[in-house]
Design a protein around this ligand. Structure first.
Ligand code: GGG
Length: 355
């Protein structure tokens, strides 16, 4: 029987994205060799600030044709505020991918890995998933600016929630909690202060909870939820949140479990009408870019999520096991985890562990 072949669009982007993405590719190749499938990588230089400086836009006109037929998108990081404002680079690239490919689920696991020191003593048993709504909410283009540069300046931006958008992310969270076998969903809200959209979110969450009586359900205002993450992170299983709240929580969660450098993210179109995108949670980190010391684990863990999405479950599990094994060894830790290893040393060690 022929080996399955998957086409992967590799998009390094900016800053440390360029350094960590190749380590993810090396590990993916090692997994493909060991588990008997073929990966064909096509590299794209767009969705980077260098591309913007050369072309005046983050993506070419035909970007959907160029990458839309791939089985998955493997992304590094975007942003180089020294040359391109962050809102231009983010909206011109990642936000376009998420919306046009209807990747409405952003899945961000948070787990305390063996051997990784958590900064707080409350962080004993962290293993939860943040399910972030990824296509609407606070990330909207509804709004505007009037009377720019004058005393009368007015700036607005509306949150957009649709019934379809809210229900589908909540349903995904409840179904994921059921699959994880520890069924508990926590919803992030702020309905005391944001008095129209957030009560609507709460209303839909309560309706979804009523449809899933076997799943324990609670909700917290986002300010209290942030505090609860710090005080008792072991309380959480699946945390569902709007676009902005989910983005904030998914930096806080990994920070509690050691470093944002190890955190992965999957931007999923569950219906598989479009390719899904896998990336580290971290951004381009200009402060350490070019030094060869970025932690590649977030990218490599994202590679494991990519394999899982392709249905290569054994390979996905092997990559995650290799990550755990290597993180437990202080000799191959990068500086964010207190070690002295380079990006390449750490990546190579994980690829070797997969083989
Ligand atoms: N690899 C993730 C990345 O490049 N993130 C840049 C960023 O600013 N992201 C904000 C967001 O995900 O909404």
């Amino acid at each position: 029987m022929n080996e399955p072949t998957y086409r992967i669009a590799s998009i390094p982007g900016d800053g440390i994205g360029v350094e960590v993405l190749p380590q993810g590719e090396i590990v993916l190749r090692a997994a493909a060799e060991r588990y008997g499938f073929t990966l064909r990588f096509d590299r794209f230089e767009f969705a980077s600030c260098d591309y913007y400086l050369a072309h005046g836009r983050m993506l070419p006109e035909d970007w959907k044709e160029q990458i839309g037929a791939h089985d998955a998108l493997f992304f590094g990081a975007v942003g180089w505020p020294q040359t391109v404002p962050d809102h231009v680079s983010l909206w011109g690239s990642l936000v376009q991918f998420r919306r046009e490919f209807d990747q409405y689920v952003s899945l961000r696991p948070v787990k305390l890995m063996p051997g990784v020191d958590a900064p707080l003593k409350t962080a004993r048993d962290i293993d939860f998933v943040i399910v972030r709504e990824n296509t609407e909410g606070e990330y909207s283009q509804v709004g505007g600016r009037m009377f720019s540069g004058t005393e009368r300046e007015i700036v607005t931006q509306e949150t957009v929630m649709t019934r379809v958008g809210v229900d589908r992310i909540l349903r995904y969270a409840f179904e994921l909690a059921t699959r994880r076998g520890t069924p508990h969903v926590t919803s992030a809200t702020k309905s005391n202060g944001i008095s129209i959209t957030m009560p609507y979110w709460d209303e839909r969450a309560a309706a979804m909870a009523a449809e899933h009586p076997d799943v324990a359900f609670d909700k917290f205002h986002i300010d209290n939820l942030a505090a609860q993450f710090v005080l008792r992170p072991d309380h959480f299983d699946v945390v569902v949140a709007s676009n902005l709240f989910g983005d904030i929580l998914s930096d806080l969660g990994p920070a509690l479990s050691g470093t944002i450098g190890i955190a992965p993210s999957a931007n999923i179109n569950p219906e598989r009408r479009f390719p899904s995108l896998f990336e580290p949670v971290h951004g381009s980190a200009p402060d350490i870019a070019g030094k060869g010391i970025a932690n590649p684990v977030g990218q490599i863990w994202a590679a494991s999520m990519l394999l899982d999405h392709l249905g290569e479950r054994d390979a996905a599990a092997a990559v995650l096991r290799a990550v755990e094994e290597v993180l437990a060894d202080p000799a191959v830790r990068t500086p964010d985890l207190g070690g002295t290893a380079t990006t390449e040393t750490c990546g190579r060690a994980i690829a070797d562990a997969v083989r």
